[in-house]
Design a protein around this ligand. Sequence first.
Ligand SMILES: [Zn+2]
Length: 248
Amino acid sequence: MNLSDDELERYARHIVLPQVGGVGQRKLKNASVAVVGAGGIGSAVIPALAGAGVGQLTIIDSDIVELANLHRQPLFRERDLGQAKAELAAESVRRLNRHVEAAPRSERIGPDNAEELLAGHELVIDGSDNFATRLAVSDACVALALPLVSAAGVQFQGQVGLFRTKPCYRCFVGDAFDSDDCDNCSDLGVLGALTATVGSFAALLAIESIVGIGGDQAGQLHLFDAERLSWRAMRIPADPACRACGSI
Ligand SMILES: [Zn+2]
């Protein structure tokens, strides 16, 4: 698919980069990405991907905007309180870039529907706020052989990594967190700007993976300490007994 004059002008600062060029920009245009969670992480991921020209975005979130979201979710405004996040996020994508198709899914994703919701995409970015959802999304990505960027932030700690089937996110977390009552930021708190930092990193990983920039980051977890303001990376070993990827 060729780029129109309008797109060539819009993406000029991308196209001038030798690592992207017209070829990379067309890869972005042809890409279809599912974003799980239009919260703090999603507020950074969604505009970054829409601005970058990712052709199709599916936004999956069953929540409505609450007042306590606004300190870290700049996708939304005070007037949006009580409205569905997925719909609002899709609307903001359309306002930002008319070359991007945004499909909102105001559904709660879980083990029963994750494969159906995620199938057909090229990459998944998970910015949901609890382990049960992250594990359900990861298991579906393993089953569908989809690359997954998993990102999370709580209190002053952020983590983000790219997974390609094996090792998977479950190799890192284990099976202890499948219940719904595990910790999330509504109980523990989160510094607002932390989720933006982690979300921007997740968007970078996704864009570089789609375009094919740099070495493959799969299987590395990047950890951010917002008190020390430092990043470190660790390699996740594949767990041979992993319930999701162990038999692959
Ligand atoms: Zn695994």
